[in-house]
Design a protein around this ligand. Structure first.
Ligand SMILES: [Zn+2]
Length: 90
């Protein structure tokens, strides 16, 4: 269950970066890239929402927070990781 989540975040982040690159290549906001600002906003919003939902979901379930690097779930202390990740040290 850990790998697909990390992969999902990576894909969403890559999509946001890709659309952002298109906007920049087309002259940035205000130029011919205006039509690309909507997908850029959607990608960014979906990515941010996915991260927030992930954090809230794990905190609410009380089983800790997943490590951003390796996905290992570690216990939380007052909404902060209790210490470095036991698996990868991040
Ligand atoms: Zn880790």
């Amino acid at each position: 269950m850990r790998r697909p989540r990390i992969l999902l975040f990576a894909i969403l982040f890559a999509a946001t970066c890709a659309v952002g690159a298109v906007v920049r290549r087309r002259g940035g906001p205000g130029a011919a890239a205006d039509g690309w600002l909507v997908p850029l906003g959607v990608c960014g919003a979906v990515w941010a929402a996915a991260v927030v939902v992930d954090v809230v979901w794990h905190a609410w379930k009380g089983d800790g927070q997943a490590c951003r690097s390796c996905g290992h779930v570690r216990p939380m202390k007052s909404f902060r990781p209790a210490g470095p990740c036991p698996r990868c040290g991040a």
